[in-house]
Design a protein around this ligand. Structure first.
Ligand code: 3HC
Ligand code: NAI
Length: 706
């Protein structure tokens, strides 16, 4: 066995009579082609060598094996395939033990299931998360798992993609033994020795009887079908998973494997797989902003918040949940009491649902202090301003921060639209000023736009990324402009939606078309949820600077003038009788729309749902391209992640820019040019889009940071 252990991704070593097979493929021991070859070679060697009586498979680093190498998907396959590797392990003539620590996910768990015995350390995370990538287990997982733990538990793992802890896995029979120390190698070797000492036989799941208790397993299949129809009707792979598991109930093992392979390849070819894999890598890529590469973040433990309204209170919850200290400043005692009450309301809601204990709430609230005096912010390491969206008010707050905060404190604004460069320029320490644009409700929404003004120092930006990590947010770096990445693009596609409404589509049809595309809500439902008054105030603020030639749809103003701001006022675009959360269409709104069409001299025409989505997406993509072109977003994938985490964009489509690549940029550009015939001012093709089409390139070609 001539091997250089430092370069081999699969290292073999004889320990007594046990062949230790170590997977050493950082960072997560993914099953790339070299690993697959190495495992097969190791099993071949074990079978051939009479000195070997058992095989022990372990992983180096923090994980056992995180699964197939996702980067290989979509590329020409190289042998051996993962199913062949698993079959080879299972066929080994000597007992094979998998000793799992950290992640054994997807193909990683399938390797373990092909082994004859499984031991798991207490930190093990077992899962079949392929569904989250638009896939299904494709290396025997759909056949071995139900044979081992029954269809119900197997389907739960495969359809949720969740990680299961070692103890639960042990209770279910997914693993045979729990590790007793923190040393997976020692535990694994001891287990293998014990199996040899007791003459434990090789145990192959392929020989296990097709699942017993037919009735319960049938019921599990039907229940999974019903649940999938309700919850993930737009997704491709869940039904394939159910079909494959069903085959495990009544087909021979090899037939089941063949069906699994066929269905797996269908999933692999689906655009949903491409979209979900893009999302997986994109949400990791966004963490790699230039400022985070070689810069150490500043230390922080104490966060100041100015403003305890909707956003201030929500941010406070997120910060307290992360175990940090919060000092909140409000204008007066009454406002402070409201801010505190808002925080407590969130926690009380969680307690009522059984998701938080009163003791945990008390522990969080013990780290909360409120004050009406700015001087209370003196010890804060990071201060986040969340007062009214008004430049004068914000600058006055920053003047106070400049006065009281300690040197080195990070001074952040949660502004949605305002010019953070202007805020930074108004104080003596512009290098400490950054934008932290949270989304509402701030304790729930994952997106955090980190807005980088011209003068900010790199370690402040690195601190913002570190804060995002602590708060379990997904950070996206954005440049300064009106609305940054998300709200700026939102303004464009919302304008397209408003024009379609005035031209003849009802808001209800538009919302429906957008939902059918995969969004949880349409734009008019979102407006009703957020409160129409917010957009109304913005429109009034911008009225003076609006291009007089630009088309301006006044329907939203007419609705707001009546005091119909959406859910909080009981009506907006929809009616919400008796505090209903789901709206019903409002004939009076339809009458307002008709009147506005007449006033604007528009004869309404009909739109198909497909036409609606073409315009909606073309507006989003075009403005997305502008945002990338102007370096407001570093790459197209930053736009994608913004929309996946801040605006409910359907994840299986990967994000708007990925979607554009899927549709084809020439087609998107042709649409925009066609729409421009009606409104050339609005539908101006982005220079970047034109350039990419001219070069036959796509957005993905811009996704690497130079
Ligand atoms: N293939 C290729 N690269 C992978 C990978 C995989 N399966 N899993 C993780 N990586 C990469 C990440 O992209 C990241 O790369 P980067 O440093 O260049 O950004 C690096 O490994 C570290 O990953 P994380 O930042 O996610 O590390 P964490 O420690 O936070 O999480 C983890 C580790 C829980 C293993 C997480 O990475 C994860 O969930 N990975 C995906 C697991 C998965 O989905 N497996 C199923 C794959 S499909 C399959 O197996 C098909 C089979 O049934 C045939
Ligand atoms: P809000 O009106 O709910 O709260 C603002 C709070 O600031 C009020 O409680 C007010 O008493 C307090 N305040 C005003 N002036 C103050 C001062 N000088 N000192 C201390 N406190 C003061 O507003 P909301 O919605 O929380 O918005 C705050 C900021 O967050 C705005 O800049 C807004 O654009 C931004 N934002 C809002 C989002 C939303 O969906 N509501 C989403 C993302 C950002």
């Amino acid at each position: 066995m001539s091997q250089d252990p430092s370069t081999e991704v699969v290292v073999r070593e004889l320990r007594g009579s046990v062949l230790l097979v170590t997977i050493n493929n950082p960072p997560v021991n993914a099953l790339g082609v070299a690993v697959r070859r190495g495992i097969v070679a190791a099993i071949d060697a074990a079978d051939a060598d009479s000195a070997v009586q058992a095989v022990l498979i372990i992983g180096t680093g923090r994980n056992f094996i995180a699964g197939a190498d996702i980067r290989e998907f979509g590329k020409p396959p190289l042998p051996p395939s993962l199913p062949d590797v698993c079959n080879r392990i299972e066929a080994c003539s000597k007992p094979v033990v998998a000793a799992i620590h950290g992640a054994a996910l997807g193909g990683g768990l399938e390797i373990a299931l092909a082994a004859h015995y499984r031991l798991a350390a207490t930190d093990a995370k077992l899962g079949l998360p392929e569904v989250l990538l638009g896939l299904m287990p494709g290396a025997g997982g759909t056949q071995r798992t139900p044979r081992l733990i029954g269809a119900k538990a197997a389907l739960d793992l495969m359809l949720s993609g969740r990680h299961m802890g070692a103890e639960e896995g042990h209770a279910l029979g997914l693993v045979d033994r729990l590790g007793s120390s923190n040393d997976i190698l020692a535990d694994g070797l001891a287990y293998a020795q014990e199996l040899l000492a007791t003459h434990a036989p090789v145990r192959r799941m392929r020989d296990a009887h097709a699942v017993s208790d037919r009735q319960a397993n049938r019921a599990a299949i039907e229940a999974a079908r019903d649940e999938t129809a309700k919850k993930s009707r737009t997704l491709f792979s869940p039904l394939k998973i159910i079909e494959a598991v069903e085959a495990a109930l009544d087909r021979d093992f090899d037939e089941g494997l063949l069906l699994e392979r066929e269905l797996f390849l269908q999933c692999l070819d689906s655009p949903q797989r491409a979209g979900l894999v893009h999302a997986f890598f994109a949400e990791r890529e966004v963490l790699k902003a230039p400022e985070t590469r070689n810069t150490k973040p500043r230390a922080f433990n104490h966060v100041g918040l100015v403003g305890g309204g909707t956003m201030g209170a929500g941010i406070a919850v997120a910060v307290l949940d992360a175990g940090l200290l919060v000092t909140m400043i409000e204008r007066d005692e009454a406002a402070l009491a409201r801010g505190r009450a808002h925080i407590e309301k969130v926690y009380n809601g969680l307690i009522a649902k059984g998701r938080m204990t009163p003791a945990a709430k008390a522990a969080n609230m013990a780290r909360f202090v409120g004050s009406t005096l700015y001087d209370a912010l003196a010890p804060a390491d990071v201060v986040i301003e969340a007062v009214y969206e008004d430049m004068a008010v914000k600058q006055a707050v920053f003047a106070e921060l400049d006065r009281v905060c300690k040197p080195g404190a990070v001074l952040a604004s949660n502004t949605s639209y305002l010019d953070i460069d202007a805020i930074a320029a108004s104080i003596s320490r512009p290098t400490d000023v950054v934008g932290l644009h949270f989304f509402s409700p701030a304790n729930i929404m994952k997106l955090l736009e980190i807005v980088v003004p011209a003068k900010v120092s790199a370690d402040v930006v690195a601190t913002a990324f570190e804060l995002a990590k602590k708060l379990h947010k997904v950070p996206v770096r954005a440049g300064v402009c009106d609305g940054f990445i998300g709200n700026r693009i939102l303004a464009a596609y919302r304008m397209a939606a408003d024009c379609m409404m005035e031209d003849g589509a009802s808001p209800y049809q538009i919302d429906q078309a957008v939902r059918n595309f995969g969004y949880p809500m349409g734009p008019f439902q979102v407006s009703d949820l957020a409160g129409g008054d917010i957009g109304w105030a913005t429109r009034k603020r911008k009225a003076v600077t609006r291009d007089p030639r630009a088309r301006y749809v006044q329907i939203a103003d007419r609705i707001c003038e009546r005091g119909w701001f959406g859910q909080k006022t009981g009506r907006g675009y929809y009616l919400y009788p008796d505090g209903a959360r789901t709206g019903t269409p409002d004939p009076e709104v339809e009458a307002i729309i008709d009147a506005e069409r007449a006033r604007a001299g528009i004869t309404p025409r009909s739109f198909t749902d497909e036409e609606i989505m073409r315009r909606y997406m073309a507006a989003m993509i075009n403005e997305g391209a502008n945002v990338v072109h102007q370096r407001i977003a570093l790459r197209p994938l930053d736009v994608d992640v913004t929309f996946l985490y801040g605006y409910g964009f359907p994840r299986h489509r990967g994000g708007p820019m990925k979607y554009a690549d899927t549709v084809g940029l020439p087609k998107v550009l042709a649409d925009i040019r066609e729409f421009a015939k009606e409104n050339p001012l609005f539908w101006q093709p982005s220079a970047l889009l034109v350039e990419l089409v001219e070069h036959g390139a796509n957005f993905d070609s811009l996704n690497k940071l130079e």
